[in-house]
Ligand binder design. Structure first.
Ligand code: ATP
Length: 351
């Protein structure tokens, strides 16, 4: 296990800056998620930590040791990619044993390690099979076990679940999280899927165009986004944003509810919602519409759980509201959050 320090790291490919001046500390035993849209530089950052890419500027310190120029094999780091290429002609057992055989580890020790790793990821009954006789999720776990047998001090995972179907992804995510809790190895996980990031991360690093926009726990990032990019990248549907001159107000769809559903006396920001469309999602209803009155006319969404009665119809105007304390404020020009004292916002670069 190890702490990882990323010190003012930048990476420029010919004429293109993929990662720009990132400072970050990953705590010992932490599960940190790098989240951002395609091309934001998250894989490049991970590859620099793995030693597969040399930073243009800055240093990477793993377990107190400057590792910037160390070969991948000298970093004691395990990397699991989306394409975790198992050897098709080898059994699951031999696939897991492979890195130990390369290291010429003693046979009885190999056996012990393979069984330990297979047991940890729950594939001990599959050891005699070939990869093609197993499911996508089981292959994924085999790749995980294979990276485990070397006792890495750091796990690097680049979208390892992205070629699994939705259901398997969900269960594999849970498994991965439970597994990391058990093993306690510091892990850095790259994804562009915000649901995955929210479910997995102790903390999330939100990136855009090579820069860190915010670092925080899922709760902090969701509740107190540092800027309008984070506010709309996290959450589905995203946070509603309504520009009111120099200040843009933001509120989550599930907190923007019919006026009648609030306690009398509650401090509210109210807005009439002209309903354009209603979508039934089973447990929830999504209400698409526009707000106006004191606010400029803007498209917004409300997410109403089925526990709250609502009989509004398309074309009608209904009183809606959000608790004042749940309204977030952003500078309309810069997009940055305007923070009241004592809020939990953590700005980009501050850990
Ligand atoms: P994705 O989710 O699509 O994998 P990402 O956030 O992981 O995206 P990176 O793969 O880190 O993004 O790429 C960041 C930027 O750097 C992209 O614009 C990409 O085109 C560029 N890039 C990555 N590798 C190279 C390279 N070897 N040479 C030139 N440009 C590169």
């Amino acid at each position: 296990m190890a702490q990882v320090e990323i010190r003012r790291i930048s990476k420029t490919f010919v004429g293109h800056t993929a990662v720009s001046d990132i400072d970050l500390v990953v705590n010992d035993g932490e599960f940190l998620v790098l989240l951002g849209p395609s091309g934001c530089g998250k894989s490049t950052l991970l590859r620099m930590i793995a030693g597969l890419e040399l930073p243009t500027l800055g240093d990477i310190v793993i377990g107190g040791k400057v590792a910037t120029r160390l070969q991948p094999k000298d970093r004691n780091v395990a990397m699991v990619f989306q394409n975790y290429a198992l050897y098709p002609h080898l059994t699951i057992y031999d696939n897991i044993a492979f890195p130990l055989r390369v290291q010429r580890v003693e046979k009885s020790k190999i056996d012990q390690k393979v069984r330990w790793a297979a047991n940890l990821v729950g594939i001990e009954s599959l050891l005699k099979r070939k990869p093609r006789q197993t499911s996508g999720g089981e292959r994924q776990r085999t790749a995980l076990a294979r990276s485990l047998v070397r006792d890495p001090q750091l796990f690097l995972l680049d979208e390892p679940l992205s070629n699994l179907d939705a259901k398997l992804r969900h269960s594999s995510r849970e498994e991965l999280r439970r597994f990391q809790d058990r093993v306690g190895v510091t892990s850095i996980y790259v994804t562009h899927d915000q649901v995955e990031a929210m479910g997995l991360g102790d903390r999330i690093v939100v990136m855009k165009a090579g820069k860190v926009r915010q670092v925080g726990t899922p709760k902090e990032i969701y509740g107190y986004p540092a800027d309008t990019f984070v506010a709309t990248f996290i959450g589905s549907p995203p946070m509603n944003l309504v520009e009111t001159g120099p200040v843009t107000v933001g509120f989550r769809p599930e907190l923007f509810l019919p006026r009648a559903s609030f306690e009398p006396g509650a401090e509210l920001m109210e807005a009439p919602l002209r309903i354009r469309r209603i979508e039934y999602l089973g447990g929830d209803r999504l209400i698409y519409g526009t707000v106006s009155s004191s606010l400029p006319e803007t498209e917004v969404i409300s997410r109403i759980p089925s526990s709250i009665p609502f009989d509004g119809a398309e074309g009608e105007e209904v009183a809606f509201a959000v608790l004042t304390e749940e309204v977030r404020r952003f500078d309309s020009e810069t997009g940055l959050a305007i923070t009241a004292p004592n809020t939990l916002v953590r700005r980009a670069g501050h850990v």
